[in-house]
Write a protein that binds this ligand. Structure first.
Ligand code: PMP
Length: 404
């Protein structure tokens, strides 16, 4: 059981007001809020040991390097990777996906096939389209159904010995659907294809185990799970990471540089050119500690309660339609009111202090499937309450009255 009031005290932002009303923050799927321990870690870094890492013999540099490498270890343990050097610190999910999509350029040929799902964020579509343009590979799509679930029998038909890569998200950001990634991975491996799972939206809700999943690549962003923006992770199986070329050239990623020839550093540095987001990496580790101290089972159970309550209360509003009705989903409610534009609903509920996301949520193909311009998305976190959901319901009713 969570002590939600106690947890709320960990988040200074939750005491502020917006437009004269207490803030209700329901845009957690876009970015989560930051607990004091993570803010303290950031302040502590810049106040006491700000220095560049991996290259200085002086004390500050060593302290910063140690803290950064401890964070990598925490990320490794959290995601269940066997080796710390299988964890690459990146600027976020988008960066992580681009490392792999670019790396596959030399491994694909014209006519090879790669498979994406219909439920993706643009960051798990566009880099692969660019890869297809470079290589002549063909992009195939696992379709979705009206409930916002993947149509898995079509996936079976798409797989063949031409399939080289499959990439889907673990959980959809626009609808909250939890995808059957175990089945996706297992079936892809049967035809010899590699799999990348975009865990950006899953990580705030579940603790993935990359070894048990036997996934080839798993990517996530710290800012979705109480960490800072501009930092994330890429897990890759050692063999794959050794096989792929570096993404960027620069300092830190080399073994030796001469004008005739440069040799690259080993893992993980080969993929970490330049000065990284040192403070962000350290704070990412602290955020994972914080989430684990609450416990992912507790988080999931409470968020499910919020999801059920919110779904039931919102559906009592006449003319409200929820998109993404799979039984297997996390605490995201995407909805529209009659023919009212989602932007108008979002603007009115903001006036009442409530932050929701409106628009296509960087998942335009999903909106096209439903033939809508976008949705209003309320996404709940473990620090939200049923009283806040009541405030949302009242605000949506008011919006409906004003806009109908
Ligand atoms: N994939 C999914 C499923 C997401 O929800 C997001 C963030 N909205 C991303 C990728 C991109 O993450 P970032 O912007 O942190 O790189």
């Amino acid at each position: 059981m969570l002590d939600v009031q106690k947890i709320r005290n960990d988040f200074p932002i939750l005491t502020r007001e917006v437009n004269g009303k207490p803030l209700v923050y329901f845009d957690n799927a876009a970015t989560s809020q930051t607990p004091q321990v993570v803010i303290d870690a950031i302040v502590d870094y810049y106040s006491s040991y700000n220095a560049n890492i991996h290259r200085g013999v002086h004390t500050l540099s060593q302290e910063a390097t140690d803290a950064y490498e401890i964070a990598r270890k925490k990320i490794q343990e959290h995601f269940g990777a066997k080796r710390a050097h299988e964890i690459i610190l990146t600027s976020g999910t988008t960066h992580s996906i681009n490392i792999i999509a670019t790396g596959f350029t030399s491994l694909l040929s014209k006519g090879d096939e790669i498979i994406v799902s219909a439920l993706e964020h643009h960051s798990n579509i566009v880099p692969w389209q660019m890869l297809c343009e470079r290589t002549g590979a063909i992009l195939k799509v696992i379709p979705m159904n009206e409930d916002g679930e993947l149509v898995m029998h079509v996936y079976d038909q798409l797989l063949s010995n031409r399939t080289k890569l499959v990439f889907t998200n673990h959980i959809s950001n626009a609808l909250g659907t939890i995808n059957p990634i175990e089945e996706i991975i297992e079936k892809a491996h049967r035809v010899g294809a590699a799999v990348l799972i975009d865990g950006a939206q899953a990580c705030p809700h579940v603790k993935p185990d990359v070894e048990a999943l036997d996934v080839d690549f798993y990517v996530a962003s710290a800012h979705k799970l109480c960490g800072p923006t501009g930092v994330g992770m890429l897990y890759g199986k050692e063999d794959w990471l050794n096989k792929l070329p570096p993404y960027q050239g620069g300092g830190e990623m080399i073994e030796q540089v001469t004008f005739e020839k440069t040799t690259y550093a080993g893992l993980p540095h080969k993929f970490e050119a330049g000065t990284p987001n040192i403070c962000g990496g350290i704070a990412f580790g602290v955020a994972l500690d914080y989430m684990n101290s609450i416990g992912f089972d507790n988080i999931a159970a409470y968020e499910n309660e919020l999801l059920e309550y919110g779904t039931q209360k919102l559906l009592e509003i006449e003319g409200l339609k929820i998109y993404g009705t799979s039984k297997n989903k996390t605490s995201v409610i995407s909805f529209n009111l009659d023919n009212i534009h989602p932007y108008d609903v979002g603007t009115i509920v903001d006036k009442l202090g409530i932050a929701v996301r409106t628009g296509h949520h960087c998942a335009q193909p999903i909106m096209d499937f439903y033939n809508i311009p976008g949705t209003v998305r309320a996404s709940f976190s473990f620090y939200n309450t049923k009283e806040e959901i009541d405030a949302l319901v009242e605000a949506v009713k008011k919006a409906k009255m004003m806009l109908s």
